[in-house]
Design a protein. Structure first.
Lengths: 638, 164
């Protein structure tokens, strides 16, 4: 095996059914084409998974993927991407966590971990320099994330190891159960925790002492230090000082803070749940993921009282919006408690909060009653209701059992027009950014652009272009400039812009870094030139910015092909009715989505996807050197 | 005028646990991406607000303990320097080090210990938080006294009036 610079060099394959554990070398040709991370993982999922399998069946794969930049001196490189077929959406699922798991997997000698099958009883996987082993986890089943992580680290005698773990949420196959890394870093979206639970895999623990080599060590150090100095300039900015929650007040002032199950984008009590309030009362310290000079993590607690919590990392912007703002709960202590519960029971705060707001609205409209809720009266703005519903979801009790399936399935079951205000895209609950209040680019992203459904951050937060008016260094690579009004729908090159944004954004997941490292001005981010310098010096391959954009587009397109094979067509590329209806109050009152079809047409044209079916055209696939995919996809045209 | 010798000190309250110092240290000395070869180690206590870079304080206890006379002090920087020709990786230095700052490199089987990069510590240059500083001995002494005093601090109770 030749040494692949920039790679740990191996894939660890674990079959839980047969208990067979195999090391497999990284395929150099595939690495050159897909690089790593979610791109390489998408290729594995495309090649291996038969279409239409049950995501909770043993044949689904759970892949933990890193990229060549993961764990290097590249800023914000503490990434691990979990990839699988999602039980929440039944399409491509990917979910990222920070912390130290990804880097440690690489230091243990593996770029990827590919898990298949199902163990006959609960197990956990330990990966150390001394060997890889499946161990009994009967004593861990039923334990929370925090408890299980404590026990594993103590049993292994290595407090420095990293644990990726599910809580009772994953064990109970809650469709939006997450995988928690290093106690509190969440691979939150798409239900990876349920996939792990279906495999009877409680946890993965990893540590290692192996190194990663660079093809040109001097040049790589130079490039890494230059990039580090650039991203360091963001130290002291809002994201660093106040965490992701720092944006909440300004979103509210702009009429862009989704509120009351997306009825409006303005919350009267926003001050009470702001990043400033969190820092003033509950923040113990900032905590960073591996290699990150920004450090947006909030180490918080509620020291006493009804909602007391131990110190933990939590209270992200998404969590606060979905659990507090969407339910009109202006109570930060109750929110911190709810966030802590979601973390340690292992469920996604976005999907959980969205489901709770949906339930309150369904109750208000009389579509569900006290009989469904076990006697609980649901109303807006009541912390007791929010926490009680959260507990019901975790326990799968009463209405909670239905909500644990996600809002799409819950709305189908409840009926009576519930789907009109069930806010999801392809089954993934809509996060804390609005297609009307923030930018119309999000309408594209939620409807069609994101391979995993309605998500704001993958492949990228598209509002960088027309909301934040920051080009991220993409102007010289064709990003239309200046950006148009964020409220304009068609005729403003939104499709073209979006294509460049996502081809770039995909690279975060492919190369193995945090998306926040991309999302700033070119003076302070990992822009294409810096990525090109880093990757070329690291791998010894000459990777120009244009090469990288193509690699991003290839990964992105392949994920769409996966979804097309699962039956996704243009008719699925849509928005929930609620996210098109006029906003009911605040600075953006009355704004709606009027011409989604027009935006979609522009999108398909820009992306060379077939306008009728929404499938990537054969010529596009051939240009992206995906001829095998083209052959399979277009044999029986979608 | 005689300039004051400098000392590497940690300001743990500022550390976020990002481990950039570990990567920079290992890379500077070995040209490899591998924090296990770092001479500074970040310790995070998950359930407490504690992240701290731990490294050799150059106390020199290991110098006298080394059975092979492999250690001596660099008179310019004050750092303990390893004579790799003499070091056998026996581990007596690891045994006596009060801070857990001495470790044996798993590949070379030689002692890994902070050499202050010859007077220009790489970790200090790259720490984004200012949690590692290289300052005049007198200024460093004030930080050191603070750390000693903190050993006597009482754990915060959730019910104390100002719990932060």
């Amino acid at each position: 095996m030749t040494l692949l610079h920039g790679y740990a060099g191996k894939i660890l394959r674990v079959n839980l059914t047969t208990r067979k554990i195999v090391d497999e070398p990284i395929d150099e040709a595939l690495a050159k084409k897909f690089i790593g991370g979610t791109g390489y993982a998408a290729k594995i999922l495309w090649d291996v998974l038969p279409k239409k399998i049950d995501p909770l069946a043993p044949e689904n794969l759970l892949i933990a993927a890193t990229g060549p930049l993961t764990g290097t001196l590249t800023p914000c490189s503490g990434s691990v991407e979990f990839c699988f077929k999602s039980p929440l959406t039944n399409i491509f699922g990917e979910s990222r966590a920070g912390g130290t798991f990804g880097p440690k997997l690489r230091f243990a000698g593996y770029d990827f971990l590919v898990i298949e099958g199902r163990a006959d009883k609960p197990v956990y996987l330990s990966i150390f320099d001394e060997g890889v082993e499946l161990k009994d986890a009967s004593h861990l089943w039923g334990k929370t994330v925090h408890e299980a992580t404590d026990i594993i680290l103590e049993d292994e005698g290595n407090p420095n190891a990293s644990v990726a773990c599910i809580g009772p949420g994953g064990e109970r196959l809650i469709k939006f159960a997450n995988i928690m890394v290093d106690y509190d870093r969440a691979a939150g979206r798409c239900g990876g925790g349920a996939v792990m639970g279906s495999k009877n895999l409680k946890a993965i623990v990893v540590d290692g002492d192996r190194g990663i080599s660079a093809a040109d060590p001097e040049k790589f150090y130079e490039a890494a230090v230059e990039a580090l100095e650039a991203v360091k300039k963001r130290h002291g900015e809002r994201l660093s000082r106040l965490g992701t929650l720092g944006g909440l007040r300004s979103y509210n002032e702009a009429g862009a803070l989704p509120t009351k199950n997306f009825q409006t984008c303005y919350f009267e009590n926003a001050e009470k749940v702001s990043g400033e309030e969190l820092a003033r009362k509950y923040l113990l310290k900032r905590r960073a993921c591996f290699g990150c000079p920004i450090g947006c993590g909030r180490y918080v607690w509620v020291p006493a009282g009804q909602h007391q919590t131990p110190p933990h990392e939590g209270a992200e912007y998404e969590t606060v919006d979905l659990i507090a703002v969407q339910t009109l709960m202006g109570d930060l202590e109750a929110l911190v408690k709810a966030s802590y519960i979601c973390n340690t029971y292992g469920i996604d705060t976005i999907s959980a909060g969205n489901s709770i707001a949906f339930a309150i609205e369904a109750y208000e409209r009389g579509l569900i009653t006290k009989e469904d809720t076990g006697g609980l009266e649901l109303r807006w703005g009541d912390p007791d209701v929010v926490l009680a519903l959260l507990e019901k979801i975790i326990e799968r009790k009463d209405l909670g059992d239905l909500l644990a399936e996600g809002v799409r399935r819950a709305a189908e079951k409840i009926g009576g027009g519930a789907e009109e205000f069930a806010c999801h895209g392809k089954g993934l609950e809509v996060p804390a950014h609005d297609t009307r209040g923030t930018t119309k680019s999000l309408a594209i992203q939620y409807a069609v652009g994101n391979p995993r459904g309605a998500c704001h951050i993958e492949p990228i937060w598209p509002g960088m272009w027309d909301y934040s008016e920051t080009d991220m260094g993409l102007r010289e690579f064709g990003l239309p400039w200046p950006p148009p009004s964020r409220f304009k729908e068609i005729g403003v090159k939104r499709g073209t812009a979006y294509k460049i944004l996502v081809s770039f954004g995909e690279l975060a997941g492919v190369l193995g870094v945090c998306r926040f490292s991309f999302q700033s001005s070119e003076k302070k981010n990992l822009n294409l030139k810096r990525l090109s310098n880093l990757m070329s010096a690291l791998t010894g391959w000459n990777l120009t910015p244009i090469d990288l954009l193509k690699i991003g587009e290839r990964a992105y397109t392949l994920k769409r092909c996966f979804n097309v094979r699962e039956g996704i067509t243009r008719k699925d590329d849509t928005l929930p009715k609620r996210l098109m209806a006029p906003l009911t109050s605040g600075p953006t009152k009355g704004v709606k989505v009027e011409n989604l079809d027009g935006m979609l047409d522009e999108f398909y044209d820009a992306f060379e996807w077939d306008k009728k079916t929404g499938a990537p055209k054969k010529e596009l696939l051939l240009r992206l050197e995906l001829s095998d995919v083209a052959e399979k996809l277009w044999k029986n045209p979608p | 005028m005689i300039s004051m010798p400098k000392v590497l000190v940690a300001v743990p309250e500022k550390c976020t646990g990002c481990r950039i110092c570990e990567l920079a240290c290992a890379y500077h000395h070995f040209k490899v991406i591998n924090p296990s070869k770092s001479r500074v180690r970040v310790v995070r206590i998950h359930h407490e607000p504690a992240d701290a870079p731990v490294f050799c304080t150059q106390c020199g206890l290991c110098i006298g303990a080394c059975p092979f006379n492999a250690l001596k002090r660099d008179l310019k920087t004050g750092a303990v320097i390893v004579d790799e020709g003499k070091c056998t990786g026996c581990g007596v230095c690891v045994q006596v080090c009060p801070y857990g700052a001495a470790v044996i490199d798993r590949d070379s089987r030689k002692l890994l210990i902070c050499d202050l990069c010859g007077g220009d510590p790489e970790c200090v240059k790259h720490c984004p938080e200012g949690a590692l500083i290289y300052v005049d001995a007198e200024e460093a002494a004030a930080y050191k006294r603070l750390l000693v005093a903190k050993l006597h601090s009482k754990p915060l109770s959730p019910y104390s009036p100002d719990s932060r």
